[in-house]
Design a protein around this ligand. Structure first.
Ligand code: PEP
Ligand code: MG
Length: 883
């Protein structure tokens, strides 16, 4: 087996298509080499080697060692230096690189190959002793923390002591002799902590770093990141070993990160940051705040230090040429890392850049307009769930802005929450339902769970490409980075900005689009969806086959859904229409009534609400189908529990309190989700469903007469399992309709159908189709009943299943295509056999999940129905599924 693929010197063993084997970084380094771009030579150890490592008790495959030695020899030949050679040493970087990019989640070691002898060689070669020993001490720190398991703090202390003794504050004030002393002490620290000396053998160093990179595939942050982004653990990571180039060899050296277009806004202009006389990690880690690449960028940010365009115009021109080639070649916005070593440009990485939803839309639409990609490709370029970011509020421009600190607009959007300084605490507060803003000096990848739990993130240090910025953008969290005015006192749990002290728990607002931190809560406005969004959505609407409806029952939700392009309502949960106080007591009366007469009295109170609600809903959804799901109240959600509530109900209804209490006790169920709910209520008490059918159809006639457009009501019966149940409900519905139409002297078209929520309903769909004109898959209950897992209690153990890899995703979020999916396929087939024109859709939560939508497309459903904010996501996902 070939485990090692070389690149550099104008050729490569691999290419960009080999991401699965070489990881994204390795594949693109190979591709760039073959394109003749300046890439420091190196080799990639394949992801298969990593997979082998984990499936064989953490051992390397046979042949790997020999192939690595061979790879090193080739690199030595191309570079003209030798690994471990005291007079002419080759130094390498060792980096992770999985199939999908996981920025900062795994480990990297730079300057590898340095030891007491080669550092002298490096000093001679570079003519810069200070540089050589600075590199050596960086290597000791990095290697010791990544490979040897030590802490950065062990070394920071030594360095701080040194600086104190010399009376200096910044690293750049240290001279060659100072670094030499620091190195001696660093090595002593290692020996003291670990009981053995810092490894001097470069080959031992190399294998230590390789296994550390493999090990970092399984660290907690990598696992968390994979879960969040649905990246399978089985992929493994590749390892890239590459000859070092140095951005820290004086004023003609630099290192930086660039995007060929703006990753926040999508603007088609080179965008990025660099640092003169620095090593790559300095930019990404957010330790120094970098400068803009272009003059325009610098002017926009109001920076004083010269841009790369101004500081090194010749290399900059070459760079612009190279990145232009890369974008043309990859036909997408590129995220690029580069280094300039003494005036010479080197490309270290290119990949399709991560971007905000706004930027993704603009770039896709622009590239299609530029003729680089087709409209279909543009559709497939935007991650549907990322649209979520665009659908959320931004700050009201007219609101008073009490700005307490300014920083960089690292990730757009606005958020309000309580100040929190710790990632674990942010996660804890979020679980308690608190909105928090995570405020940190700088975030490290260890904070990722806290960033996820927070509504927004503020960092005091770091640039636009710091981890905080990149990760926040990926998650769609607003972020302000590099807010240098903020001074955090972790011990006191406060931060100070512009003379004001903020305690943990105080409310602030951040504006990630402007890079500002504001005092208190600030008014927000709903986003306007115009421009690129509308353009791409229009393209998507042209290609999709699936219709998209919304689950909505309030006028507000219905209007929101229409605004997002819903083509009707796929699920109006009528029990949700009774959640306000006056109504709920009428519903409670109805449920608690102990005879038909009592029930009818309560129903008479409810009917006018129902009718006027439907009038509103039908008016908003003029001419579009509206599926009204008849009452399905799991009783425990509706019966008052406490004596106080029951007394209050007695007082408001004039019923006898003692009787009510007795009845409430009688109605208590052991398994309410499998109890007297759904159509079982309609079968036992037909007057309830009769009232609802009447309200629906009378409202429809009223709207038809008032507007001239007839609504299209679809009356849906929940939780049906049997053909005879459906027959009974169909007859009830038609009989009631007939009476309504006769009384009104007018009529409307309507459909009668059922939800498929029980395995028996799916298996015997043919029986149901005899009487049902449509099926709507209620995949919430269908998942619950197929697995026998309670919707309400699954949270207690699902995580354990996901941690153990038994469930990859929560089946209530992503449809279980095998089991529940089989039932859907069976129902579609058996229902269709009996009634060929039967209309089928899905209305469980899965209707808004892109992967589940792809399944619905496969099965040939007519529509998906999802919550209003998911409608645009569903439209795009449906289009992608159709391509
Ligand atoms: C379902 O069960 O999938 C459904 C849509 O109904 P509800 O969530 O109201 O039970
Ligand atoms: Mg249901």
């Amino acid at each position: 087996t070939k485990w090692v693929y070389g690149f550099g010197g104008g050729s490569a063993d691999g290419d960009a298509s080999m991401k699965n084997l070489l990881g994204g970084k390795g594949a693109n380094l190979a591709e760039m080499s073959s394109l003749g771009l300046p890439v420091p030579p190196g080799f990639t150890i394949t992801t298969e080697a990593c997979v082998h490592y984990y499936s064989n008790g953490q051992t390397y495959p046979d042949g790997l060692q020999a192939q690595v030695a061979e790879g090193l020899k080739t690199v030595e030949r191309v570079v003209g230096k030798t690994f471990g050679d005291a007079s002419n040493p080759l130094l390498v970087s060792v980096r992770s690189g999985a199939r999908a990019s996981m920025p900062g989640m795994m480990d990297t070691v730079l300057n590898l190959g340095l030891n007491d002898a080669t550092v002298e060689g490096l000093a001679k070669l570079s003519g810069d002793r200070r540089f050589a020993f600075d590199s050596y001490r960086r290597f000791i720190t990095m290697y010791s923390s990544v490979v040897l398991g030590m802490s950065h703090d062990d070394f920071e202390e030594v360095l701080d002591d040194h600086k104190d003794r010399l009376g200096v504050t910044v690293d750049t004030d240290l001279k060659a002799a100072d670094w030499e002393k620091v190195v001696v002490e660093y090595k002593a620290v290692v020996e003291r902590e670990l009981g053995r000396p810092f490894p001097q053998d470069p080959h031992e160093q190399l294998w230590g770093a390789v296994s550390a990179v493999f090990a970092s595939w399984m660290n907690d942050r990598a696992k968390f990141y994979r879960r969040m982004h649905d990246i399978p653990e089985s992929w493994g990571t590749a390892v890239n070993v590459q000859s070092m180039v140095f951005g820290n060899m004086g004023e003609t050296s630099a290192t930086g990160v660039a995007f060929t277009r703006n990753p926040s806004t999508g603007e088609a202009r080179l965008y990025g940051e660099f640092l003169i006389n620095a090593q790559g990690e300095d930019v990404v880690a957010g330790i120094r705040t970098p400068q803009s690449l272009t003059r325009a960028g610098r002017e926009e940010m109001g920076e004083t230090a010269p841009s790369m365009e101004e500081a090194m115009p010749e290399v900059f021109a070459q760079f612009v040429d190279v990145v232009g080639k890369l974008e043309t070649h990859y036909r997408d916005m590129q995220d690029i890392e580069f280094t300039v070593e003494q005036g010479r440009l080197w490309m270290l990485q290119t990949r399709n850049g991560k971007r905000t939803a706004k930027s993704a839309l603009k770039i896709a639409v622009d590239l299609a307009a530029e003729g680089v990609i087709s409209q279909e490709e543009a559709i497939s370029r935007v991650e549907p769930s990322a649209l979520d970011q665009l659908l959320h509020p931004t700050l009201d421009p007219n609101a008073t802005r009490n700005v307490v600190a300014a920083g960089l607009p690292a990730s757009p959007g606005a958020a309000t929450g309580k100040v929190c300084f710790d990632a674990d605490e942010a996660e804890r507060l979020n679980q308690l339902g608190d909105a928090v803003i995570l405020v940190r000096e700088e975030t490290s990848p260890e904070d990722i769970h806290g960033m996820h739990a927070a509504r927004g993130i503020v960092t005091a240090r770091g640039g636009m490409t710091s981890h905080a910025a990149v990760v926040a953008r990926g998650m769609g969290r607003p972020c302000v980075s590099g807010a240098g005015e903020i001074h955090i006192d972790e011990k006191a749990q406060t931060f100070t900005a512009r003379g004001r002290v903020f305690k943990a728990g105080e409310v602030i607002t951040i504006d990630g689009s402007r890079g500002e931190v504001l005092d208190g809560a600030v008014a927000m406005i709903e986003p306007e969806l115009t421009g690129d969004f509308q353009t791409l959505m229009a393209w998507a609407d042209k290609v999709r086959r699936l219709r998209v409806r919304a689950n909505a029952e309030t006028p507000l939700d219905a209007k929101t859904a229409r605004g997002f392009g819903a083509e009707g309502i796929g699920l109006c949960r009528t029990e949700h229409m009774f959640f306000d106080e006056e109504r709920i007591s009428a519903v409670r009366e109805m449920i608690l009534a102990d005879d038909e007469q009592g029930r009818r009295a309560a129903l008479a109170k409810i009917e006018p609400f129902q009718k006027s609600d439907f009038v509103e809903l039908f008016t908003i959804m003029a001419g579009l189908p509206v599926t009204v799901r008849l009452l399905d109240p799991p009783l425990h959600e509706f019966i008052p529990h406490s004596d106080e509530d029951l007394d209050a109900l007695a007082a408001s209804s004039g019923l006898d309190a003692a009787k009510l209490k007795k009845r409430a006790r009688e109605l208590q169920e052991t398994n309410p989700m499998l109890g007297h709910r759904g159509c079982r209520l309609g079968v036992a008490y037909p007057e309830i469903y009769e009232m609802q059918v009447r309200a629906v159809l009378e409202a429809a006639i009223a709207v038809k007469q008032a507007s001239g457009t007839a609504p299209i009501p679809e009356i849906m019966h929940p939780l049906v399992a049997l053909g005879l149940e459906m027959k009974f409900l169909r007859e009830l519905t038609d009989r009631t309709a007939k009476a309504v139409f006769e009384a009104a002297g007018d009529s409307v078209e309507y459909l009668v159908g059922t939800m498929i929520e029980l395995p028996r309903a799916a298996l015997r769909a043919g029986d149901l189709a005899e009487h049902a004109e449509f099926f709507s898959f209620g995949t919430n209950d269908l998942t619950q009943t197929t697995f026998g897992i309670s919707r309400d209690d699954s949270g207690r153990f699902l995580q354990a299943y996901m941690d153990k890899g038994i469930f990859e995703t929560d089946p209530f979020v992503r449809l279980d295509q095998e089991g529940v999916g089989d039932l859907i396929r069976i129902a579609a087939e058996r229902g269709g056999a009996v009634r060929p024109d039967i209309k089928m859709g899905i209305c469980g939560e899965h209707g808004g999940d892109p992967a589940s939508i792809a399944f619905c497309e496969q099965v040939g459903l007519a529509y998906v129905s999802c919550s209003p904010y998911r409608v645009p996501i569903a439209r795009l996902a449906a289009a992608q599924a159709a391509l």
